[in-house]
Write a protein that binds this ligand. Structure first.
Ligand code: ADP
Ligand code: SF4
Length: 688
């Protein structure tokens, strides 16, 4: 029974000729699987439908070889041979009673056409969006006519593939219809350029032609970024963004509205902590159109969802990331299991996988992307075999996840943690500026463990090898984590850096355990180049410390390009007055200064500081494992396994995944594990 308070979320709603069973709408999002891994993609979407979403969209789906996003595997509907792969998804989604939607796209100058070698198109001559040695061709009238035909043909193919909702897509700075709309990308002098009525022409034509082609049975959705979030330099919701909605108000069957570019739409919790952060931009839309509206903004709280619908902000609760973190979010609300929702922490590891062109992964949901290839289900796990007991040492993300899944399987689980707080690095990193929602990785799992009768949890329990032997639990999972190095060994220096003992040398672990640096300037040396050094610089500078940030990289936290944060991180540090020294390695640490060396010229630069914070590399904590392994012949362990950062330091997402996999693999033979490592979609060699 649905709690009355939330019943509005489960009211059906018509979208043109189709009806959504409730208000939960999984908006388009990439999976890094797309046309290369269609079975895996279909299974990921099917899980969302099973979890109660009324509408499940695929990802941007290229309509023609001149919109070729290779090497990124997005959806593809270039011709009718692409239909069967997409049919896998629509059948799977329909089998669970949801509507299937497709986001047709022509990416214009955002597509590099590296595989197809087609000319790149744009409204006017300009550079290609990505840094490649090629310029986009300003489209002539015959190109525009061809584009309209391609879109119409793709819509027809999408209908044949079984889609119920077909998108026209103008958002994220990534699509031709939006490029035509933006004055800074459209210098045309003809009826497609100049005043808004002209710049909007292509969108109107695409909407009308899509409706004409498929509108009898399919709804036509319009995804539109109402604001570029660059003030008067771009489109603003208060001006042309609103005018577009006013002009096209009743033309689409559904308005899917958001902000642009992708880094603003998929803003991380670090820079956009509040849920519903897009509401101020999109809330006017429902006042302008009678058609249903879908809105996003990392929405996970059912009370907020109800309020957004009641206040007339939106008709549908749109979600990409919340549906990735918890595909069963709607069902959990419907069945009153709100505490069980795995809330998206806004870390953008899912986004990073797409940016790296690999199958999607999620910090909170280790089964994401593994539904087909590993057969993992987010809510189900095989019951235990013959073994009855397991000990998990370390309650960081790996240990918590492993303990939770082992408990779900039915084992008697003992979980021991040295610290007072459970959560390991999720809690420690979560104490840093901007990362507080990362603690939810721990919260979700601790809550789950507390509900179970078969888990004994001990905090403030530093476990020794003797303790483990005394406990006589035959199956032991060691999730003992990793510690940051203090000797400077890292990517750029495989040897310890000579250090004067009179200099205070700090590590991220010191900072996260609450140690305060001495007064005076702190040199943060980032040879890790992922995210943590940038976070610490932000954390310490916001606490008033004078920071010098040096790195061999040529920008700050370069890996965070993948999470769409890099520019914001660098901007924040510059605004805070952090002195950036880029392209320099650390060669020696003296009592009052450090010596840096240019990665190109090798010219030396001294930097004075009162302390140095080294963010270079981590050492695995394997002491327990090493002792227990040495005695393995005469100890009674049936299972002794290192997991998480103790096995291979990585992201929190990797630690959760490792803990999850260890629990799933427990009691399987090595040969089964190797055979089932994962299924692959092998390219078919038949046909031409
Ligand atoms: P991971 O990301 O792999 O989960 P973390 O560093 O977050 O790694 O967590 C490891 C946890 O293991 C820490 O909370 C640490 O206190 C705990 N730990 C390490 N060694 C022991 C031990 N011998 N006994 C109990 N807990 C331990
Ligand atoms: Fe949310 Fe992070 Fe999972 Fe993406 S990876 S869905 S941002 S928790």
């Amino acid at each position: 029974m649905v709690n009355d308070k939330y019943s509005i979320l489960f009211e059906p709603l018509k979208i043109g000729p189709v009806t959504a069973r409730n208000r939960f709408f999984q908006v388009p999002h990439c999976t890094g699987m797309g046309h290369l891994r269609p079975k895996a993609d279909a299974a990921t979407r099917a899980i969302k439908a099973e979890g109660g979403w009324a509408v499940v969209c695929n990802q941007e789906t290229e309509i023609h070889p001149s919109s070729d996003l290779t090497p990124f595997p997005e959806g593809r509907l270039w011709d009718s041979r692409d239909i069967p792969a997409l049919r896998l998804m629509t059948d799977a989604v329909h089998a669970h009673g949801a509507l299937a939607a497709v986001e047709l796209v022509h990416n214009g100058n955002h597509a590099s056409n590296l595989s197809s070698r087609a000319p790149v198109f744009a409204p006017s001559d300009m550079a290609v969006d990505n840094i490649i040695p090629k310029q986009a061709k300003g489209m002539d009238k015959s190109d525009i006519r061809a584009l309209r035909r391609w879109h119409r043909d793709a819509a027809r193919r999408a209908k044949t593939a079984g889609f119920d909702i077909i998108y026209v897509y103008a958002g994220h700075h990534m699509t031709l219809p939006q490029h035509f709309l933006l004055p800074n990308m459209n210098n045309r002098m003809d009826e497609y350029g100049g005043p808004l009525e002209n710049r909007i022409r292509l969108i109107r034509e695409l909407l009308e032609e899509t409706k004409d082609e498929v509108g009898d049975t399919c709804a036509v959705a319009f995804r539109f970024a109402v604001d570029e979030m660059s003030g008067a330099d771009g489109m603003q919701a208060s001006e042309e963004g609103r005018a577009v909605v006013e002009i096209l108000a009743e033309l689409p069957d559904l308005w899917d509205v958001n902000v642009s570019d992708w880094s603003n739409d998929s803003a991380t919790s670090r820079f956009m902590p509040n849920e519903g952060y897009q509401t101020p931009y999109i809330e006017f839309v429902k006042q302008v159109t009678t058609k249903p509206v879908v809105a996003v903004g990392r929405l996970t709280s059912p009370d907020r969802m109800v309020s957004m619908i009641k206040r007339g902000v939106t008709d549908f609760i749109g979600a990409a990331r919340p549906s990735i973190a918890d595909p069963f979010l709607p069902q959990k609300i419907q069945t009153g299991r709100i505490e069980e929702i795995r809330e998206c922490i806004g870390c953008n590891i899912c986004v990073a996988s797409d940016n790296m062109g690999v199958p999607i992964r999620c910090t909170q949901n280790p089964t994401m992307g593994e539904e087909w290839r590993r057969g993992w289900h987010p809510e189900k796990i095989e019951t235990k075999g013959k073994e009855t007991e397991a000990l998990v040492v370390g309650a960081g993300p790996a240990g918590l996840e492993c303990a939770m899944q082992l408990a779900k399987r039915g084992y008697e689980v003992t979980l021991a943690e040295a610290c007072a707080d459970l959560g390991g690095r999720a809690v420690l990193e979560g104490s840093l500026h901007g990362l507080s929602s990362w603690k939810w990785v721990a919260d979700h799992r601790i809550y789950d463990l507390q509900q179970r009768g078969n888990v004994k949890t001990f905090s403030q329990s530093l476990i020794t090898a003797q303790d483990i032997s005394d406990l006589a639990i035959p199956n032991v999972f060691l999730a003992t984590g990793a510690k940051w190095r203090r000797d400077g060994v890292g990517r750029s220096s495989r040897r310890a850096i000579t250090t004067d003992p009179n200099m205070t040398v700090l590590t991220p672990d010191d900072m996260m355990s609450g140690q305060l640096p001495p007064s005076g300037p702190i040199l943060i040396y980032d040879d890790d180049q992922i995210y943590l050094a940038g976070v610490l610089a932000d954390h310490l500078s916001s606490a008033g410390y004078e920071i010098i940030f040096a790195t061999p990289a040529t920008n700050v936290s370069p890996w965070t390009e993948n999470t769409l944060e890099q520019a914001q991180i660098q901007r924040t540090l510059i605004k805070r007055g952090v002195k950036l020294i880029l392209g320099k390695t650390l060669t020696q640490i003296y009592a009052d200064h450090a010596q840096l060396s240019c990665i190109y010229s090798k010219s030396e630069q001294p930097v004075e500081m009162a302390s140095i914070l080294l963010v270079t590399e981590r050492r695995r904590k394997t002491e327990l494992y090493d002792i227990l392994r040495k005695n393995s012949d005469d100890t009674p362990f049936k299972k002794l396994k290192l997991i998480g950062d103790a096995e291979a330091p990585g992201l929190i997402a990797d630690a959760v995944f490792s803990g999850h996999m260890a629990a799933r693999h427990f009691e399987k033979s090595q040969s089964t594990i190797e055979r089932e490592y994962f299924r692959r979609e092998i390219i078919a060699l038949e046909g031409n």
